[in-house]
Design a protein around this ligand. Sequence first.
Ligand code: PMP
Length: 369
Amino acid sequence: ASLIRSEVAGLPLYDPGADTDEVAALSGSRRVIKLSNSENPYGMSPAVAEALRLGLAGGVSRYPDPTGKRLTEAIGKSLDVPARRIVLGNGSENILELLCQAVLGPGDLVVTQAPGFSLHEIFPRVMGARVQKVPVTAEFGFDAAAWRSALAAGPKLVFLANPCNPTGAMLNAGQLEQFLAATPQSALLVLDEAYGEFARPNPEYPDGLEALRGQDRPWIVLRTFSKAYGLAGLRVGYGIASDAALIQALDRVRTPYNVNQQAQDAAVAALGDHAHLADTVRRTGLEVARVTERLRGAGLRVVPSSTNFLFIDTGCPSDRVAKELHRAGIIVKAWREPGYENYIRASLSTPEDNDVFVRCLTEICAKDK
Ligand code: PMP
């Protein structure tokens, strides 16, 4: 018999995208343009750099604060939520994992969207749960009827990302309301807002926390410092839950030192620099609009994005396009799911890098036609 549990042996491997060093060697260029992981080209706030400098000067021989007191209080204050309803994670993906560990057992049903974030499927399957994926509409929108029928099957946990990864599309307030109305009160509703800061300037984007605040049901809204705040390397995300009891359950499965002290301190500093966040979001939005228009001008289909990345129909197999881009020193993520074999996801970088990407991609696509 195999040592490895069958649930684990059968899992797809998380795809972090091509390796930067390998692409550098392949392209003969030392400067690789990495657009595969929705990273933020504008970097951290100067206040974060200062917090990190001070933190390191104090040494790293002590364990971090296991309760994350300073950070949960800062988040709580900014959102008007008591700190005891907030959990910190080693990235928000850590919280996805904790939720699955605390809630799911073999045979339980989880509903999520397709195409979607792979960890919304992988973590439930590790627990032996079944995952049903609700497809998006032909226009990459929210399919209310399909969600209603999937939710009627009585899931124990529901994952919805708003905005969605990889499509970049968002649900508006009316659609979020339809989704909430269709979700059974018994299910734990997980609203993943990893890219929420990028969508917020759009008046049609519903603030998930505000939509859920008054609801009498178990829920958690997940957010992260990885994307708009530019702290992906520090690994810090957070969840705001319907009640403190859910946080206490997560604390039972959470490793006590899951978020290191430098990351906690940096996140407090990041939260305080509203101007840096606003500037990043504004610059990203301008590039999303500009690059979308240029790619569409070249005849490519681009899904309207409320995030810092674009989901692009290249018109030919995405694996081949990704390989040709690698040769040019550019890394994107190629989609392989049935129906999306021609799609790549590319995050936006600086205007200069984005111009190189647009030029290379349109050349590759023109050659293939
Ligand atoms: N949720 C979604 C929808 C994501 O796309 C990602 C990152 N790719 C995460 C959560 C996790 O991000 P992090 O762990 O860096 O907070």
